[in-house]
Ligand binder design. Structure first.
Ligand SMILES: Nc1nc2c(ncn2[C@@H]2O[C@H](COP(=O)(O)OP(=O)(O)OP(=O)(O)O)[C@@H](O)[C@H]2O)c(=O)[nH]1
Length: 214
C-alpha cells in the first residue's frame, strides 16, 4: 500500500498483487495492457497516475520506487484491464530503464510545461523506446503537464503539438492539479491506442501464421 496515495500496488516485478476489491474487474479478451508513465523527475508522473486512478490530487507523493497499479477502464463499451507503471527517475534516466521499456505495451511521455529541460528529454526517451521495441510502431502519447502554471510556462502548446506530430502520436496538455477530465482523457486515448494496436497485431498473427498472441 502506498502511504501517500492510499492505493494498493502490485509488486514492481508484476508478480503477486494485493488489490483493493474495487480495483478488481473482469479482464478483457485482449489480456492485460501495460502502460508506463515516463519522463523527467518532478514533471508530475505520480500526480497524473494517482489523479487518474483515484480522481484525487494529493500534492506530494512519497515514492522511492516505481509504483505499479492494476485497474480497468471502459473503451467503447469494453472493459479493458490494464497495469499502470508510474516510474521513478534514477540518475536522470527519466524512468526508462531497460526492464520498463521491455515490459510496457505503451508509453505516456510526460513533460512539464514549466520545464524546457523535461520537454527536451522526450526526444531521447522516444529514441530509446523505438530502439528497444524494434517493432516499428509503438503506441506512445505526449502529455504536457502543469498547464495551470501559465505564469512560469517555458514550453508552448504549439511546441508540444509539433513534437507529437514528429513522433506520430497524440498530444494533450493537462493539469493534474486542476483538470481531472483532461487527465482521464489522456489515459483513455493512450489505452485505446494500445488496445487497438494489440488487436491489429493479433489479427495479423492469426491471419499469417494461424497463431494467437498471448
Ligand atoms: N501546479 C501543479 N503542480 C503539479 C502538477 N502535477 C504535479 N505537480 C507537483 O509537482 C511535484 C512533482 O510531482 P510528482 O507527481 O511527484 O512528479 P514525478 O514526475 O512523479 O516525480 P519523480 O517521482 O521524482 O520522478 C509535486 O509537488 C506535485 O504536487 C500540476 O498539474 N500542477
Amino acid at each position: 500500500m502506498n502511504s501517500s496515495t492510499g492505493l494498493a500496488e502490485t509488486s514492481p516485478t508484476g508478480s503477486g498483487s494485493t488489490l483493493r476489491p474495487y480495483l478488481r474487474r473482469k479482464k478483457s479478451s485482449l489480456g492485460e495492457t501495460k502502460i508506463a508513465v515516463v519522463g523527467a523527475s518532478g514533471v508530475g508522473k505520480s500526480a497524473l497516475a494517482v489523479r487518474f486512478l483515484t480522481k484525487r490530487f494529493i500534492g506530494e507523493y512519497d515514492q522511492s520506487n516505481d509504483a505499479k497499479y492494476k485497474c480497468t477502464t471502459n473503451i467503447d463499451g469494453e472493459t479493458v484491464a490494464f497495469e499502470l507503471l508510474d516510474t521513478r527517475c534514477n540518475n536522470d534516466d527519466n524512468g526508462t530503464r531497460d526492464d520498463v521499456l521491455r515490459w510496457a505495451d505503451g508509453f505516456m511521455l510526460v513533460y512539464s510545461v514549466t520545464s524546457r529541460k523535461s520537454f527536451d528529454a522526450l526526444t531521447e526517451i522516444q529514441k530509446k523506446i523505438e530502439e528497444t521495441k524494434k517493432a516499428g510502431h509503438v503506441p506512445i502519447s505526449v502529455v504536457g503537464n502543469k498547464s495551470d502554471l501559465a505564469h512560469i510556462r517555458q514550453v508552448t502548446q504549439d511546441e508540444g503539438s509539433k513534437l507529437a506530430t514528429e513522433f506520430g502520436c497524440s498530444f494533450q496538455e493537462v493539469s493534474a492539479s486542476e483538470d481531472v477530465v483532461a487527465v482521464t482523457e489522456a489515459f483513455h486515448v493512450l489505452c485505446k491506442e494500445v488496445v487497438e494496436f494489440k488487436r491489429r497485431s493479433r489479427t495479423f498473427l492469426d491471419r499469417v501464421f494461424g497463431l494467437k498472441k498471448s
